[in-house]
Design a protein around this ligand. Sequence first.
Ligand code: SF4
Length: 70
Amino acid sequence: MRVTVDSLVFTAERQRLELRFCCESCAYFFAEPDARCAHGWPQAEHRAARYGATDERRAEVVFCKEFELG
Ligand code: SF4
């Protein structure tokens, strides 16, 4: 699911609510040895690094339909 957000607001809310939605917090993610998804899904849009600092106010958050809090 793709949601367009104000990146400054989203970053603040993400920190305040301790929102977990990236692969690194997912039960199906195996960091070792090769940072893979147990289901073989592409991860580029779901990794935490995608949501780093940016000067762009408008951003797109991409939620994985199979995310399971690990
Ligand atoms: S199920 Fe989705 S969120 Fe979980 S590791 Fe795979 S791609 Fe990432």
